[in-house]
Ligand binder design. Sequence first.
Ligand SMILES: *Cc1c(COP(=O)(O)O)cnc(C)c1O
Length: 305
Amino acid sequence: MQASELYKVPSPVQAFHLDWMKERNLSLTIKRDDLIHDAVSGNKWRKLKFNILQVKHLGKTGILTFGGAYSNHLLATAHACYSFGLESMAIVRGDELNEKSNDILRQCSKWGMQFRFVSREEYHLKDDFEYKNELKDEFRSHYIIPEGGKSYLGIIGCQEIVSELQNEFDEIWVAQGTCTTSIGLALSCNINQTIQAVPILKGFDVSMEISDIMKFAGFDPESVGQVLSRLNIHAEYHFGGYGKTTEELLNFILKMKEEHDLGLDPIYTGKAFFALQDYYKNSDIENRKIVFLHTGGLIAGSYLK
Ligand SMILES: *Cc1c(COP(=O)(O)O)cnc(C)c1O
């Protein structure tokens, strides 16, 4: 099967109307990466695409990756591997779990994913050089992709999002987990454009994380500086941290669904879209062309209840 038949790329762009934004000449469009695929949703396909090509180039027969119990990345990897005839193996955080612990893991398992459930201490070693070498020795036919697709090839895949945007824009809003997507966006936009990133993790040093990821991926200090200068971090919209929600957030998500038929998830996109509106409501900025990147996540989001 060809990737072009499976995944809806370029993803559609949709105008989104809110009266109060229109009055201030704030135009808002949504880049619908959530429509790329039901299971391999949003930025998860962007981050997997070149990694999967690499698996083929290297003549490997499977992918080994890492995730938590509610990981969109595991779901995406399991389905993509299933579609491309590859094996998939996941190192999962939590040795009290099994492949029937929740709907995500059950679904991954149906698509043929194998699991190793490890303690939090062992999971913590996921980016450790020695640990990865041990895994490489054990799983010789598998190509290792870091947690959440956080890799050089993942960053390159996310650059394609910006190249698909045909109309002029000033900024892109995006939910931020590992930072891979926001790095790809920031690298590929121009000097007058900014990336408005909304971390969904609490107490997370974004600049440090970005420098670490980029250095590890082989980017030079100038590129790191460029990315940091184009990123605007909105750190106050994590709603308590990963997987945490509030009544206010859930009501907002419901309202967007009922009034605008826009589905958002409570882990990532709901927080980012809330942040965008809250930020502009609390400022008097006018005349901006704003893009919201819908990174998907609706399946895992609906399982986390
Ligand atoms: C994984 C994910 C993100 C975070 O992307 P990063 O590249 O890890 O920063 C954002 N939104 C959704 C829906 C996701 O599943």
